[in-house]
Design a protein around this ligand. Structure first.
Ligand code: ATP
Ligand code: MG
Ligand code: MG
Ligand code: MG
Length: 365
């Protein structure tokens, strides 16, 4: 019998459209010649309002690539992300479509998608799923916790300061002192980031006290936890990791663009950024980056897949780890599958491998 793959996509995050495109590419790969006899796709679409649809509606989204907002309750399997606390397992397990799934393939980005929440629900269901578990997902999402894990592993990072929303908003006497400390410790330019987002949402590059204050206030509107980092002038390189306890690293790829930094617009506007795979960097540096990518994967307890982002300072030959992404963009043109394509693993092979890794992790021999 074919293995029924529950393709879980969409979601309430700002990366809803990216998720649809990733799911389309994965669905196509599962129907490719080498996979079609092995897998059957059961698509589940989380609408922007959080309701999850099974059956024909998600098929339509996969076919058209366009978000859907259905109001009928008929096909809904429950409100997944708008109130995850209230989401009962019974509601999720009762619809026959959910019970039929042999292995889940969540391809959701951002909060409630790659932060361990959905992974917790899937863990409770006791059905294998692609990618990291609760711990790996949570550590990979929160930039403060991630940095602490990287620090423990001895991975070099840029200087940073962890800050809370309370420090920014609730105490007018503390705020100027906080800004003084940030300026003294990190200087300008600096990067202000909400701790739990992706796609550069809420991130600002600041060059003055005034910009710092405004960016902290803005980032605090996205998240309780914030980080400020010293800005580096560096080339941006990424490495893909695949595997569970003996993961492998792909070739290293470079991203180039014209903008001030790799912001949301540059990421998602056609033609604004270019990938160079493999990156034209010295072999020793590439090997160092691959090694660091594997260390980062282990440091957060990632599983299945991850894309690890780095800064390479050419002048000093220094490499700093920026972050790990446990559910990276997975469209046909995304960095993660392209890095593997250049490493000898085709897109359909990659998807097949990830599902096998999910099953292996669920039932270790
Ligand atoms: P992703 O979409 O990869 O998950 P993200 O939202 O998690 O992104 P980061 O990767 O932390 O955000 O930062 C986004 C971009 O901002 C980087 O790719 C880089 O261009 C720029 N950037 C972030 N931090 C720094 C820094 N300390 N120095 C220089 N540039 C930086
Ligand atoms: Mg990220
Ligand atoms: Mg991300
Ligand atoms: Mg990044």
């Amino acid at each position: 019998a074919k293995l029924r793959v529950g393709l879980l996509f969409g979601g309430r995050s700002g990366e809803h459209e990216v998720s649809i495109n990733s799911a389309r590419a994965i669905a196509k790969a599962l129907s490719a010649e080498q996979n079609a006899n092995k897998y059957e796709i059961l698509p589940f679409y989380i609408q922007k309002d959080g309701r999850t649809l099974a059956g024909e509606a998600p098929e339509k989204v996969l076919a058209t690539g366009t978000p859907l907002l259905e109001s009928e309750e008929s096909t809904s399997v429950g409100n997944l992300t708008s109130n995850p606390q209230a989401q009962t397992l019974s509601k999720w397990q009762s619809p026959s479509q959910v019970a039929q799934v042999d292995v889940w393939f969540p391809i959701l980005h951002g909060p409630n998608g790659e932060d361990g929440t959905i992974q917790g629900l899937l863990t409770l269901m006791q059905v294998p799923f692609v990618g990291s578990g609760v711990l790996g997902s949570a550590l990979g999402m929160d930039k403060i916790a991630m940095k602490m894990a990287f620090e423990q592993a001895g991975l070099p990072q840029v200087k940073y300061k962890a800050i809370t929303r309370t420090q920014v908003w609730s105490n007018p006497c503390v705020f100027p002192k906080l800004c003084d400390e940030i300026e003294a410790a990190l200087g300008y330019p600096a990067f202000v980031k909400p701790a739990n987002l992706g796609s550069s949402v809420g991130i600002a590059k600041v060059r003055s006290r005034q910009e710092l204050e405004a960016a902290l206030d803005n980032a605090a509107s996205y998240d309780r936890r914030l980080v400020v980092e010293a800005g580096v002038v560096a080339r941006e390189v990424e490495c893909a990791v695949l595997g569970n306890d003996q993961p492998q690293a792909s070739v290293v790829g470079e991203i180039t663009y014209d903008s001030d930094f790799y912001d949301y617009e540059t990421k998602y506007t056609e033609g604004r950024a270019d990938f160079l795979i493999p990156a034209s960097i010295p072999d020793a540096i590439a090997r160092q980056i691959q090694d660091m990518a594997l260390q980062a994967f282990a440091a957060v307890d990632a599983a299945g897949l991850a894309r690890v982002d780095f800064f390479y300072v050419e002048a000093t030959q220094e490499v700093f780890i920026n972050e790990i992404n446990t559910l990276p963009g997975f469209t046909a043109t995304s960095m993660y599958p392209q890095l593997w394509a250049h490493s000898g693993v085709s897109f359909p092979e990659l998807v097949d491998r990830l599902i096998e890794l999910a099953i292996e992790r669920h039932s270790p021999s």
